[in-house]
Write a protein that binds this ligand. Structure first.
Ligand code: HEM
Length: 508
């Protein structure tokens, strides 16, 4: 995908000249009694640093916990201060929301889904979905789906290991998490991992392309013109959305018919989210399509990128990898001395109880999210003039963002070893996971809009890690290669992650 730099390359000198001009302009505009946060940098420097955006913002956050970027069109305020984060996400929650900008960018794909709307529309879906996401039926069903997909992944890795080939694990995680979330939501097998369903593969490709295209709108100033003329990236987006809709509406309509006709096969099989929504008498296909696609987009790339960074980090820290593998053996009561293992036996031993015992794994996943949060920067629109807890003002229409990536690196929050990967920081003296304030560890957001799939995501990631690390020892294919993120809405590894796996024992 083209990055912003390709579109607007501006040299440092030009950026500085423009910055001075802009500073004069903005200082004139901001004269008055109100106090505004210190200026950290300018939008031009931001563009210049686009390839390392999150590190650029982290560097600025070291100087000021909260700062502004000078821009011509709107003011952007960035904060790493937990008090401000709490105020934006909880205390004065109604004053900071998705706003019109996010809605405009995302609605062609996500309609009026929970991920894009504010106010009453959001409240209704949140209430509706949180009830479903907390049921035991969904927990049991989804655990079965995660295990089945993790086993498929283990088989793909085993095949590569047997022929001494490396695997691009990020791509496999993307396919596998889409398969899982789709099955849990709609009850349908996509099988993007093995590519056995033609319709499923077409959906996966259309969904990935469409999400990349709506994300591209954040950096493409011409997207509205392109949409009007139906050309370029916008023409591709429109076609993908048509394909997606065709597939999803077909599933929704067939489920509605099954419910209305009370088909005997359908009785007793209401495990997926769609069937359960229908049971609650929510039958508007457009409402169901929108909420379901929001969940797909929210749950897929976040989980797969976290798993990818986790594998990168444990390859860099083999001692941590071994400690987790040992924890898997203990939690599943398998002997570390045995020389063969049946994948099915390991799968069977992954129960709610054994997952709960994986405290060090839980800490390591959380430590991964502290350093590489799947959503590295999360912006809200300010709906009316306000004063943040640090005493500085923000204006109606300002973009106010908190910075999970920068916050994970701040010494004032985590101590002198903030930049070190140290899962133990999350464990208490009994070796149990000890959570932090969600306004300090912001990877899942916080307040009324805290991630709805947090427990779901941890369970999925733990099941995948338990099966993979119970079976294999992983190494980076190229230890010397520098691993970087791609600047997008989620923090994926640029170019993927190539790993070599060695079976820990013979696999049956
Ligand atoms: C490691 C995995 C995940 C991380 C780090 C994560 C993080 C987040 C973050 C930061 C937000 C706030 C986004 C925003 O409003 O701007 C969010 C919202 C949300 N997440 Fe997750 N997420 C993860 C996995 C999941 C999964 C697996 C699901 C469900 C299948 C899910 C469902 C949602 C939903 C529905 C929202 C919107 C909540 C609302 O607006 O009320 N997430 N997540």
């Amino acid at each position: 995908m083209m990055v912003l730099e390709d579109l607007f390359f501006i040299s440092s000198l030009t950026a500085t000249i423009l910055a001075v001009f802009l500073a004069v302009l903005i200082l004139t505009k901001f004269q008055g009694k109100k106090r505004y946060h210190p200026i950290g940098s300018t939008i031009f420097h931001q563009i210049n640093n686009f390839h390392r955006l999150h590190d650029f913002l982290a560097d600025l956050a070291c100087n000021h916990k909260t700062f502004r970027l000078l821009s011509i069109f709107k003011t952007e305020v960035f904060t790493s201060d937990p008090a401000n984060v709490e105020y934006i996400l909880k205390t004065n929650f109604p004053n900071f929301g998705k706003g019109s900008h996010a809605y405009e960018n995302l609605t062609d794909l996500l309609g009026d889904g929970i991920f894009v709307v504010d106010g009453e529309k959001w409240k209704h879906q949140r209430k509706f979905a949180s009830y479903e996401f907390s049921t035991k039926v969904l927990r049991d069903f989804s655990s079965g789906v995660f295990k089945a997909n993790a086993v498929k992944l283990v088989r793909v890795v085993a095949e590569a290991a047997a022929s001494n080939e490396s695997v691009e694990i990020q791509d496999l995680f993307m396919k596998s998490t889409l398969d899982s979330v789709f099955k849990v939501l709609l009850g349908v097998e996509l099988d993007g991992m093995c590519g056995t369903s033609e319709e499923g593969t077409r959906f996966s490709e259309a969904f990935d392309t469409a999400s990349a295209k709506v994300r591209y709108r954040y950096v493409d100033v011409f997207w509205k013109i392109k949409r009007f003329f139906n050309i370029g990236s916008e023409a591709v987006l429109r076609k993908c959305v048509q394909d997606l809709d065709e597939f999803v509406y077909k599933i929704i309509k067939s489920k509605i018919e099954q419910v209305q006709n009370s088909h005997p096969d359908f009785l007793g099989k209401k495990e997926d989210v769609l069937s359960r929504f229908l049971e609650l008498k929510e039958t508007d296909p457009k409402y169901l399509r929108d909420i379901i696609l929001s969940f797909v987009i929210a749950g897929k790339d976040t989980t797969s990128s976290t798993l990818s960074w986790f594998f990168y980090l444990i390859c860099k820290h083999p001692d941590i990898q071994e400690k987790i593998a040992k924890e898997v053996m203990e939690a599943t009561q398998l002997s570390g001395d045995q020389n063969s293992i049946s994948i099915e036996e390991l799968e069977d031993r992954i129960t709610e109880e054994s997952i709960d015992k994986m405290q060090f794994l839980h800490a390591t996943l959380t430590e991964t999210l502290r350093i590489y949060p799947a959503v590295p920067l999360d912006g809200k629109m300010c709906f009316s003039d306000d004063t943040l807890p640090d005493g500085f003002n923000v204006k109606k229409g300002d973009y106010v963002a908190y910075l999970p990536y920068a916050m994970g690196r701040m010494k004032f929050l985590w101590g002198d070893d903030a930049e070190e990967f140290r899962p133990e920081r999350w464990l208490n003296e009994n070796g149990h996971f000890e959570p932090e304030s969600p306004f300090k560890f912001t990877a899942f957001q916080a307040g009324p809009r805290i991630c709805l799939g947090k427990e779901f995501a941890y369970r999925q990631m733990k099941i995948f890690c338990m099966l993979l690390l119970g079976c294999f020892r992983f190494k980076l294919s190229d230890e010397k290669k520098t691993v970087k993120y791609r600047t997008m809405l989620t923090l994926a590894i640029d170019g993927g992650l190539h790993l070599n796996a060695t079976p820990r024992m013979s696999l049956g």
